[in-house]
Each structure stands twice: as C-alpha cells, then as structure tokens.
Design a binder for this molecule. Sequence first.
Ligand code: NAP
Length: 463
Amino acid sequence: MQRPTTASPPVRVAVVGAGPAGFFTAEALLRSTSPVFAVDVFDRLPTPFGLVRSGVAPDHQKIKAVTKTFERTAENHRFRFLGNVQIGRDLSAGELGAAYDQVVYAVGSSRDRRLGIPGEELAGSYSATAFVGWYNAHPDFRDFPFHLVSERAVIVGVGNVAMDVARILLKSPDELGKTDIARHAVETLRASRVREVVLLARRGPAHAAFDPRELEDIAALPEVGVSVDAQAVLADAPLSAELDARQRRNLELMRELSRAECTAPRRLRLEFFASPVELVGDETRRVCALRAERNAPGVGPDGRRVLTSTGQTFELATSVVFRSIGYRGEPIAGVPFDEKNGVIFNLDGRVTEGATGPVVPGTYAVGWIRRGPLGVVGTNKADAQLVVSKMVEDAAREPPRQAQGSVDGLLAERNVRVTSYDDWRVLDAVEVDEGRSSGKIREKVASVEQMMNALLRGSLRPE
Ligand code: NAP
C-alpha cells in the first residue's frame, strides 16, 4: 500500500541520542517533504550535542561551531528535545517502538577498548575516554580521580584522541583556562607534574592514525617540543609510494621533527614500533612503569609490511598511563547488538536481528553505533543522509502503524524530569554567564543535580 504523502499526519520518529549523528539525522528527516516527519530527539543527559559538548577538546572551539546548525534544526516546530531520558532505564526499547513509527539509535560509542594486559586495573591506569569526559565536564566523569603525579605520562595509541589528551596535558593551564574546559580539570592540570608525554605506537610513523594538523598544533605550542626517533622515520620511508596524502604528510612532518633537537621544558615523544605488554605496579598497587616490547618492521612474502615481535622489552617509568585505543558501543536491552564489533547489527542503517538476520521493522542505527568509532563530526552528516534515505523509502512503502507518537504520559507516570530545548537555552545562558564572570567562554555545569537546580533558579549560584 502506498502511503499518502500530502495532508497525512507526519511520520513520528524517535531519535535516541542528541549528538552529531542524532542532530544530522533530525535535520535530514525534517528536510523531507514526502513524507513529512516529526522528530523527538532523546538524550540520557539533560543537555544536547553529545560528543560536540563532551568529546571535542575545549581548545577546538571551531569544531564546536557546528552547534549553530543544530540550533537551527531545533527551531523547527516538528522538532522536540527530550533530555534526561535514558532508553533502557526510563523507557524500554519496546515502549519506544510502540510509540513511534520509526526509531533511530544514534547513541555513539561510549565504552573504551581495553588493552587486555596485566596491570591494567592498577591505580594510575586510565582510559582516555574518561579523561576526555572529565576535562569536558561530562557528569559521569566529574569525580574521576586523575592523579598527574609523575613527570612522564604514557598514552597507548596514536589516534586523534591520543593527540587531544597529549595536548591537554602539555598546554599551558592559563590558556586552557580561557576555554570551556571544566573548572576541576584546570585546577588539576595546574598542579600536574607531567612534563613529558610519550605516545606509544605499535606500528611506525607511516601508520599513525592522527591527522597531521594535530601534530602541527602540538609542535607549535610555546615551550613544548616534539621528539621523534629518526630511525623509525627511516624505517617507514620506503613505504612512501603506497601511502595516502594524510600519511605522507605525517611522515614528512615527523621527518622534519626528527631532525630538530628537542630542548623545550615540556615535550611530546613519539615512540614507534612498541607494543605495551604490562603495567608494572608498586607496593601500593599504583602504576610505576609501563613495559613494552619492540616490534621489528619487515617485508612479507607478498611484499607488504609485516611486524614481528622481537621479544626485546623495555620499561618507561611512569605513574600515569592512558589507553587511547578506540571506543566501543554499549548495548541497549532489546536492540540487537554485535558484541564483536561493538555496534548495533544493521544493513545500511536498517537494524537486523543478527549479522545476516532479517530487518527489524521501523528500527535504525546511525553514526558510530552503526559503523564503529571512525571519522570526524562532519562524517556523521553523510551517514545520517544515507540512513534517512532508507527511512524515507520505508515510510513511503509501509502502511502507517498505530503508533501513539508520544511517551510523555509514561515519563510523567515515572516522575522523569524531562528537559526541553527551552530548558537547554536557559542552561546555555547560565553557563555562558558564569564563564564570562571568570574570563572563560563558558563554565559547564558538571552535574545533573546542579543542572536541575540551575533550571529552577536560572542561575548557578545559590540564592
Ligand atoms: P583511532 O583513530 O582508531 O586510533 C586508535 C589508535 O590505537 C591507533 O593508533 C591504533 O593503532 C591504536 N591501537 C589499537 N589497538 C591497540 C593495541 N591493542 N595496542 C596498541 N595500540 C592499539 O581512535 P581514536 O583516537 O579513539 O579516534 C576515534 C575517532 O575519532 C577517529 O576517527 C578520530 O579521527 C576521531 N577524532 C577526531 C578528532 C579531531 O578531528 N580533532 C579528535 C578526536 C577524535 P593501529 O593503527 O596499529 O591499530
């Protein structure tokens, strides 16, 4: 049966997750004229914008400017924000499915990947995910005890998240203090003893996952030097022809950096061809060293680069270790989850019962929870367009369901204090005001309770 497209009620969609994937999805749905959609965007936090608010580094404000686009989406009369509602806690996936014509999960990848080496549970062994959430005032990580007590910090992994963590550790706290970084983080960073940050990479410079701009930014910081082993760069030089533009620029940049002497008081050291094998603990069960094994670059029978473990180990003395080796999605009860890859099972965004199973009607996934934790904020725009094209196709084909189009009654019965987009506007103004009074772009409210109190009073300060 062809669904009528004019003068029929809008197709009701629940978008779960108000991060970039959720907002780009809402934007693409609201742009559709045939059929017309009405969109409710849910988030477990009272605030919108997901990783743009709590993942993008505080000194990368240009990236955060994308929220201007999200604000325009939120102005559409067919858009609603329902913050402070967790699917799986306040509402079940089944209840959401019954209430809406279509449900799209845009929940991102909130768990960190583990190294699986001895000592990972010791004090001083941290996840980059937690550190990023902490310096960005995410309520889940506000009270996380980061002790930056040794002169050296080691970060395992060489992606853009590792670069963000390294830059925050090395940059002047006075500079960071002008951004929207969490107040508690600036205080801890001021007291930090870290002077050297070692990035540990199991492969060579040609395969570093970061973008060259990130390394250039650190190299340009005042009083910060970058040290790269010239031998590692030489070992990867023959690969040049098979690299893409990003990798070639990285290699070139590291070649330049390896030639310069690094005498700055604070430094980033790139340690290549080394895999972590153990975090060594002291008698108080705190990390006192990271033990790593050297990998030898070689050429396989097919002419491709292979790495072999040499069995040769070395230790880096440190009491501060971050693992920054990627993220994983978190399962939601009632939504088919691929444990191996940490994503929701789907075929081009249509959720499936398993890897090859049938499609779950009216259920979709978009963003990192669909394709894994890869790509920058803007990558989610194309992803949202792909998934919305499937949603449009399905909505035009399928007969209208008896969806109630609202879960407001259930949420009220359960005493869930739902925040609206207008509430966010109030909080936004409160944060900007509070920041202004201390010379910052904004002072984020770092606890849900304080957010609710600020909404009642219109201020962060007690009366
Ligand atoms: P990522 O780019 O996937 O990097 C993960 C790093 O961890 C790689 O260097 C990887 O090395 C290494 N690794 C994985 N398993 C390991 C193991 N068992 N032992 C040692 N090293 C291991 O992940 P990410 O840094 O978390 O970033 C996630 C996404 O967010 C990326 O697409 C990134 O570009 C994006 N992001 C962008 C920005 C920005 O634009 N400023 C900022 C933050 C994040 P191998 O390559 O050898 O596997």
